[in-house]
Design a protein around this ligand. Structure first.
Ligand SMILES: Nc1ncnc2c1ncn2[C@@H]1O[C@H](COP(=O)(O)OP(=O)(O)OP(=O)(O)O)[C@@H](O)[C@H]1O
Ligand SMILES: [Mg+2]
Ligand SMILES: [Zn+2]
Length: 381
């Protein structure tokens, strides 16, 4: 049996171009290389799994490459690049500050910095989770960071920028990594599915992308998990929601239909089915609020872009939003929101949600009565 390599490792970008969603950073780095204007200390900040370590490694590889492409990318073919790609280069040192945060660890590192590289131009030191270094370790490091030998480059990475002391911040060029957009993640997953010859439904990929909350590594792990579960041939929306235990958005469309029709019995039955499937009432209400918000956003062509779903689903949203008046959506959102806020405090949470559904189901009628009353009073005047 072939060894299974997780997608996050198998598809680690090998050059700047293949890094997803961090164009502002890769362009700046490439320009610095092009103009020979590279800082010696960088701080890469941002959430988990968005490409900080990846970019640090690509930078290290690129500045040591013996044969840069016209586009200032690493060639991935020269001896230096090959050594990097096999994790065998002597020109890159990675220190995980989460587990090596003592003064001695930093002293070791500082000692190493004294030796110039034997091959290649630069030695790159990547210090991951740098906010975990002890204060003393930080102090032992400051001097080297301030006046490093010209062949040394430091890349500090952290998910918690606010924990970095100002003396370090002021000595580094700071790059803020973005959470990655759902569209970009979905597209990357589509590419990987293609490479792996897995037939994947668009909706399934989007769902994974949404669930990953901006972290590409998480998206890749979820993807692997579901592919393994579905025997590695087809990735369907149904399998993905059951695996991730996500409520099918079909339910929300049905609930809104029920609300518009004022059909309370139907709503109670749908909610009962949702609970029976093991979902939590609070999640349901939060999900319903998001659904109503998406319908609201669809009311104006200018804001339609704010909903992050596939084109097919967008059509469904647009259609349903045509049936909903703005006053209906606003009132329903308000009720949902109140239900969400008070949920935890409620003694009977099932009834709490049911009551919210009943109130929402009465909105269309209330709006109708109000309009009639208004017209009546106009006639009298
Ligand atoms: N922007 C990106 N483009 C392409 N792949 C990415 C990107 N970000 C993350 N990945 C994927 O996720 C894996 C992990 O990314 P990386 O180690 O660079 O994250 P990180 O930002 O350093 O996270 P952490 O804060 O947890 O250390 C990579 O091997 C790659 O497969
Ligand atoms: Mg990292
Ligand atoms: Zn090279």
């Amino acid at each position: 049996m072939e060894n299974f390599v997780v997608s996050a490792r198998k598809y680690r970008p090998s050059n700047f171009k293949s890094v997803v969603g961090q164009g502002h950073i890769t362009t700046t780095l490439k320009n610095a290389i092009k103009n020979n204007h590279l800082a010696q200390a960088f701080l890469f900040c941002g959430p988990r799994g968005v490409g900080k370590t990846t970019c640090a490694r690509i930078l290290a590889k690129t500045i040591n490459c013996q044969n840069l492409t016209a586009d200032f990318e690493a060639c991935n073919e020269c001896d230096s690049c090959k050594a990097f790609n096999n994790n065998a280069s002597f020109n890159v040192h990675e220190l995980d500050a989460a587990s090596n945060n003592s003064v001695d660890d930093i002293r070791n590192l500082v000692d190493q910095v004294r030796y110039a590289p034997q091959q290649g131009q630069y030695k790159v030191y990547i210090i991951d989770e740098v906010h975990m270094l002890s204060n003393q370790a930080f102090n032992a490091f400051l001097k080297t960071l301030e006046e490093p030998p010209k062949y040394a480059i430091f890349i500090l990475a952290t998910t918690e920028k606010h924990k970095i002391i100002p003396t370090i911040l002021s000595r580094c060029q700071i790059f803020d990594f973005n959470r990655i957009q759902i569209n970009d993640i979905a597209e990357h997953l589509r590419y990987i599915a293609g490479e792996e010859k897995i037939e994947a439904e668009e909706e399934a990929l989007r769902l994974i992308a949404t669930k990953a909350d901006g972290a590409l590594r998480d998206a890749l792990s979820i993807f692997d998990l579901i592919v393994t579960y579905s025997a590695g041939v087809k990735l369907t929306y149904q399998e993905t929601i059951s695996n991730l235990h996500i409520l099918d958005y079909d339910y929300y469309f049905k609930v809104v239909e029920g609300l518009l029709a004022g059909n309370i019995s139907n709503l109670l039955l749908i909610f009962d089915e949702i609970l029976k499937n093991g979902f939590d009432g609070h999640n349901f209400i939060v999900g319903l609020s998001e659904h109503l918000r998406d319908l609201m956003v669809c009311k104006d062509p200018a804001t339609v872009e704010l909903i992050q779903v596939s084109d097919g689903t967008k059509e469904r949203y647009l259609e349903q939003s045509k049936l909903c008046g703005i006053s209906f959506l606003l009132s329903a959102l308000h009720i949902c929101n109140q239900c969400d806020i008070q949920y935890k405090a409620s003694k009977n949470q099932r009834l709490h949600v049911e009551l919210a559904l009943m109130k929402m189901a009465k909105i269309p009628q209330a709006i109708h009565l109000a309009t009639v009353a208004q017209e009546e009073s106009k006639k009298k005047a």
